[in-house]
Design a protein around this ligand. Structure first.
Ligand code: MIC
Ligand code: SF4
Length: 658
């Protein structure tokens, strides 16, 4: 039987297990990336593991999420990251150089290689045939030390693209269509592999918009085969020698198939406040828009900003609307500036931001109260823009620019009819991506050779071995699709404490209930209850570290998002699955006791755990965990376990099986 492209790359990197969907596999990692707000813990944990040098082919540290440095804490984090990259041998991308996914795509993404990144949108270079996966910081530290990365072998789904996109429809609309059909949990445990005749009609930047936002489906990754377009893109980046031809076998068998006829795609938007609330723009036409932002790791490339610039040429942004361009990388800003497009957009009324995540997580450009913001981003979770009860629509650059011109949501086709002289901008790549490279410091040019820690930089927390009893109050009962933005918000007032768990934990679940952290401390711990897809969104391990710090011992949920579940294991919190009925019956404030000796049951491979509620009724909760994950729980988390293993191994470097 032939192999899918995903299977081929996994096979090449397999160090443990078999490529059977649902089974845990260990793979070798070629490249790692970390960004500023997860990176500090990555390096603090690398330090705690007493590792002294990066072992992967390449490691890159970016400073991208919070580059405005409102506070010395952010600046200290960036200085610490530069010192860690220098000390241990990673590339360092300076603050303002751009968003990790964009800069990695431009400089390092390589077909056929594996990439592990401490950011959920790490799958972006799947558009170039790289198998890229997002994970928690500790998994990055271990992989960077030479350890394997463990993940459940995903089901590989064939997304067959047919036809060609019509004018005004874009790659963003393709991934929004996927979200419309499959929902934010439709991709859990899956890799989406794009095939079919439609693939060759899409440029690499269009493909990376699709793979980037595969994360919103909950997917483990998304990938395209490579072809002339990939080779051409790499050549324009001056990296043609990294091209490798990759495709699935003709008789590859897929777990499932989704067919998308590109010629039927039309301009879409995701309505507030979930990326899968997708409708045609025409359904919401007329909605007044006060803010438009073109940018982010999804649509912040040169090829995304250019269409908006062309649409605005000789026109003006509507008087009641503010338009901001937040480029995904300095390379994009630099080329647009050299070509004169920046001046053109400024003349139309656009304001420019530095190349940063910024507004995507509510840092700057917070929308006005009771207003609509149209963004080319990938997430519109409630409150993420920096104001509660926000109203953020996700859209393509074309739909965003049309909204800026009209001051209201409008299908660009209708706007073109109305204006008469508005042409579909299409997709255009620059002849060469000739931005300067001054903002990337190579390991050989490192500025520092020892760690520099400011006063806000704490240490990596090490858990305690699992105990026999788990009993406590249900401190919070939550609904479906709780995001990591609910668990640990990423707005600037909170983000600056990412290196200081004691302080950060004060904000735990504040977006659901701002009394939670104090109640958890007062109760000396307890358990959490949630509906489906608990922990979707970000890879931030802080969403497990902080509850652990507050004494949370178990989370009972109908289902979990992949990265967050791995983070719960990594920090010694037991993730138990409950059925719909148990979820319905259990109430906040109830007392929950796991009837068995938990430590023993986890160690002996028990999957069913009886839970006793209020000493009154019982239900069964399931632990779906591999032997390795059970070992992590028993030890009190992956940091403690890995440290112990290194000590036994005596090598100081991570063995392949952790
Ligand atoms: C996000 O988009 O939510 C983030 C901020 O990039 C996160 C990373 C983080 O929380 O630091 C992600 O996607 O993993
Ligand atoms: Fe940055 Fe937003 Fe992309 Fe996350 S989703 S990496 S915050 S631009």
């Amino acid at each position: 039987m032939g192999q899918t492209l995903t299977e081929k790359i996994l096979d090449d990197h397999l160090v443990e297990g078999e490529l059977e969907p649902g089974e845990e596999i260990g793979i070798e990692i070629d490249q790692v990336l970390a960004q500023d707000t997860t990176g500090t813990m990555v390096w603090l944990q690398f330090e705690a593991l007493e590792l002294d040098e990066v072992q992967t082919e390449l490691a890159a540290q970016y400073c991208d999420h919070q580059t405005y440095q409102f506070d010395f804490k952010n600046t200290d984090d960036h200085r610490f990251l530069r010192s860690a990259a220098g000390t241990y041998g990673a590339y360092f991308s300076r603050p303002g150089n751009g968003i990790c996914h964009n800069v990695h795509k431009e400089n390092f993404a390589a077909p056929g290689k594996t990439l592990l990144g401490s950011d959920s949108h790490t799958p972006t270079p799947g558009g170039l045939g790289q198998l890229a996966i997002g994970a928690g910081g500790l998994d990055i530290s271990v992989a960077m030390g030479g350890g394997a990365y463990y993940v459940e072998m995903p089901e590989v789904v064939n997304v067959r693209l047919e036809g060609e996109l019509p004018e005004w429809a874009s790659a963003k609309d393709v991934i929004l269509e996927m979200l419309r059909r499959l929902s934010v949990k439709g991709g859990v445990g899956k890799v989406f592999e794009y095939t079919g005749p439609g693939v060759e009609t899409l440029s690499v930047p269009e493909r990376t918009t699709i793979t980037n936002m595969g994360t919103e489906l909950g997917a483990t990754s998304s990938i395209f085969p490579t072809d002339e377009k990939t080779e051409d893109y790499l050549a324009r980046q001056g990296r043609e020698d990294e091209y490798v031809e990759l495709s699935p076998d003709e008789d590859a068998e897929y777990a499932d198939e989704v067919v998308i006829d590109l010629s039927e795609i039309e301009p879409l938007v995701a309505k507030p406040s979930m990326p899968d609330k997708v409708v045609p723009v025409r359904e919401v036409e007329g909605e007044s828009v006060e803010q438009v932002i073109v940018g982010s790791c999804t649509n912040g490339g040169y090829e995304d900003i250019l269409p908006a610039a062309k649409m605005l040429e000789g026109r003006e942004v509507d008087m009641k609307t503010e338009m901001i361009v937040a480029p995904g990388s300095k390379q994009a800003s630099e080329i647009l500036a050299r070509e004169g497009w920046t001046a053109e957009m400024m003349a139309a009324g656009v304001n420019f931001s530095e190349a940063t995540c910024g507004a995507c997580i509510g840092i700057g450009h917070v929308p006005a109260s009771d207003s609509v913001s149209v963004r080319t981003f990938n997430r519109n979770f409630e409150g993420r823009s920096g104001i509660e009860d926000d109203s953020v629509f996700l859209a393509s650059p074309e739909v965003a620019a049309a909204a800026a011109i009209k001051g209201e949501l409008v299908d660009p086709r209708d706007l073109a009819d109305e204006l008469g002289d508005l042409e579909a901008p299409g997709v255009e790549l620059p002849d060469a991506y000739d931005g300067s490279k001054t903002d990337i410091i190579e390991p050989e040019e490192a500025v520092d050779d020892e760690l520099v820690k400011g006063p806000n930089i704490g240490s990596a927390p090490i858990g305690e071995p699992l105990e026999a009893d788990i009993e406590g109050e249900v401190l919070l009962k939550m609904e479906d699709n709780i995001t990591t933005d609910h668990i640990i918000p990423a707005t600037s007032d909170i983000l600056k404490y990412r290196s200081n768990i004691e302080k950060l934990s004060e904000f735990t679940l504040s977006r659901v209930d701002d009394t939670f952290a104090q109640r958890a401390l007062d109760a000396d711990g307890g358990v959490l209850v949630a509906g489906e897809n608990y922990g979707q969104g970000s890879s931030r391990e802080h969403a497990a570290m902080c509850p652990q710090y507050l004494g949370i011992e178990a989370v009972l949920a109908e289902s979990f998002a992949r990265i967050h579940k791995a983070n719960l294991f990594n920090f010694g919190i037991v993730p138990l699955s409950i059925d719909e009925e148990t979820y319905a019956d259990i109430e906040q404030g109830d007392d929950v006791e796991i009837v068995t000796d938990v430590a023993e049951a986890v160690a002996s491979g028990e999957t069913e755990f009886t839970i006793r509620v209020n000493d009154d009724w019982e239900a069964t909760a399931e632990l779906n965990a591999s032997e390795r994950e059970r070992g992590i729980l028993e030890a009190g988390g992956k940091l403690r376990l890995t440290k112990e293993q290194y000590k036994e191994d005596g090598s100081g470097a991570a063995p392949a099986d952790d």
